[in-house]
Design a protein around this ligand. Sequence first.
Ligand code: NDP
Length: 346
Amino acid sequence: MFGLIGHSTSFDAARRKASDLGFDHIAGGDLDVWCSAPPQLVENVEVTSATGKTISGAYIDSCFVPEMLSRFKTARRKVLNAMELAQKKGINITALGGFTSIIFENFNLLQHQHVRSTTLEWERFTTGNTHTAWVISRQVENNAPLLGIDLTKAKVAVVGATGDIGSAVCRWLSSRTGVAELLLVARQQQPLKDLQAELGGGRVLTLDEALAEADVVVWVASMPRTLEIDSASLRKPCLMIDGGYPKNLDAKVASEGVHVLKGGIVEFGSDIGWTMMEIAEMEKPQRQMFACFAEAMLLEFEGCHTNFSWGRNNITLEKMDFIGAASVRHGFSTLNLQGQPQAVVV
Ligand code: NDP
């Protein structure tokens, strides 16, 4: 059985969803009420792979909302309680979706293996970041040529280059795709220098410098809502892969010649009878989902019950190959610029 731990995109959206589900006692509550609300297993589902194999899974809402990010202890409790519930339900492999994997890493939840009487078994959980990194890399490779961008001559900026997903995308683009030049963007300088040394290349630039030069921009950092981008300073054409969360780039950069694609999203080959992706505001919520969620399904399809994506900067090209091949085999496609699924060739 696979599991997905997720959350609503905002407090308002969470209250609406709770009302729809009939959780009236909490739907009308204020943020303090929500802070003490336990996680809920809101949906069970069955999924059949393109190979014909059927697996069952469950969606657990952590009852976390982004407005709680500044409440350190609450955020930590929300993620740990949701993991405890997943384990108690006997779920073999559960993906930590949305902010939950970032909370796990940034708040060092590895130190909190004991939740009440439960000892969390880490091998039951995955961040899903390997599949996300593979999907974003393939989205670059599939979509840049559609805009006439030759990646072997192009400059690709990775914003969030030193992160778990960003560093894996850099590894893939430099050694597998052979992009002409990587432009590396993050705030802390030492990890950027370390990444540059590991890659044997790439240029460290500020965000503004990188945006002015890049033919392709991969966003894998949760950027502040207040960030403003001057569209006039961007190259045209420019492919922007919005891999961060929340996905809010199109409103910031919409202009002629700038093409924004939702990054790290996959589409399944047939409808899944679930409602859980409606809260994630997918265009086709019956089929589309975050790649990290799909990773838990893929690991269950493959009978690979292990914390496949775990810790920071551990994603290897070999792991990306494995999860990418499984993704294609079981019927997932990456999104392309038209919002249509694109057949991927591994
Ligand atoms: P990490 O925390 O590992 O990495 C974040 C990266 O962004 C770091 O390089 C960090 O470096 C950089 N960064 C953060 N803030 C800024 C800023 N203001 N300006 C420039 N760089 C910045 O995160 P992950 O790799 O785990 O996740 C990255 C994003 O991908 C998140 O937004 C996450 O929500 C999203 N995601 C999407 C998924 C999907 O399925 N589509 C799945 C999982 C995650 P520094 O601190 O030095 O600036």
